[in-house]
Design a protein around this ligand. Structure first.
Ligand code: DGY
Length: 320
């Protein structure tokens, strides 16, 4: 189908693989320079856009939709879509695409890496060495084993279950909590437990939930208080799922022995944020899906979602 008259605009720099896929099929307007598309230019693009390729750097809400009267589809290159007002889009008949599936392994790897880091202090050890303190290694204290420990996974979708598989390789027992018990939990060796049981019995907790009204602020003061003393905590989902002040206090008091975060609230986390003054935390800059292969796959799925939606075909992944 010739879609050449259809205008696809991009909210940020997109991968060459997506450009190659799109440029012969549609009229592509992409900003391949650093930073955001200049406001005036962006507003012009919105006026004529049939499709929006979102790199996740903008809010897609009623305000934006009003400026984009022709928009049929907003395809985002991420699994999370908490920056998109789904209701507002659907009310205007704008389809939403995302990229679940292709980033599962990359995200699970980072979660597993952070999990090991909370047990062993790898980043802390590096900083210790870098600061010329190799000979004073004892000052760092000892880590703990993953082996024979209980990992509580909160949110047991594809990513949660991929994390569980990795943790099993380290000899961990896996329990999980999810809105609904998963049919595949036996295959992944994980046991479904209540929220309370998970908090009480986990030596390690990994958060892999989506951000929605029911998970916003889920890890608050009460949740941290209900955890085991010395629990280790990893978040790779969204920063807003955790009350940052409550986590700070829990890390400071030692209630949480160590934390590894790929996502934070606020995000980006300023370099002088109090969390970063603590010795028992590792923070990475929301980079869980950031591998060459995964970002290419995400870009391709996003581009394919756009073409499918503009052609009236089912999208590879559509947010309903
Ligand atoms: C996603 O796709 O939602 C991830 O957070 C990106 O790293």
């Amino acid at each position: 189908m010739d879609l050449k008259d259809k205008i696809v605009i991009c909210s940020g720099k997109i991968r060459p693989i997506a450009i190659e896929y799109l440029q012969d099929k549609v009229t592509l307007k992409s900003w391949q320079q650093r930073g955001r598309v200049p406001e005036e230019q962006w507003n012009e693009w919105l006026k004529e856009a049939d499709a929006l390729y979102s790199t996740g750097n903008i809010r897609i809400d009623e305000k934006l939709l009003q400026k984009a009267p022709k928009l049929q589809v907003a395809a985002q290159s991420s699994v999370g879509y908490d920056n998109i007002d789904v209701e507002a889009c659907h009310a205007r008949g704008v389809k939403i695409g995302n990229t679940p599936g292709v980033l599962v392994n990359a995200v699970a790897d980072i979660a597993y890496g952070l999990l090991i880091d909370t047990a062993r202090g790898i980043v802390r050890g590096h900083l210790h060495t870098k600061n010329g303190l190799w000979g004073e290694r004892k000052a760092m204290g000892l880590g703990v084993d993953l082996y024979n420990k209980t990992l509580g996974v909160v949110g047991f979708g594809n990513i949660g279950s991929a994390i569980a598989k990795r943790a099993q390789a380290s000899g961990m027992r896996i329990i999980y909590h999810n809105r609904r018990r998963r049919l595949n939990d036996a295959a992944s060796g994980a046991r479904y437990v209540s929220w309370e049981e998970l908090l009480k019995n986990s030596d390690f907790i990994v958060v892999a939930v989506t951000l929605n009204p029911s998970t916003k602020g889920l890890f608050n003061e009460a949740a941290f208080a209900a955890m085991k003393d010395g629990v280790r905590f990893v978040n790779i989902s969204r920063g807003k799922v955790v009350d940052t002040d409550a986590l700070y206090e829990a890390l400071k008091s030692g209630k949480v022995a160590a934390a590894g975060l790929d996502v934070t609230e606020p995000e980006p986390l300023p370099g002088d944020h109090p969390l970063l003054t603590l010795p028992n935390i590792t923070v990475t800059p929301h980079m869980a899906s950031a591998t060459e292969e995964t970002r290419d796959e995400m870009a391709l799925v996003t581009a394919q979602n756009i073409i499918a939606a503009l052609s009236g075909q089912p999208m590879l992944a559509q947010v309903k």
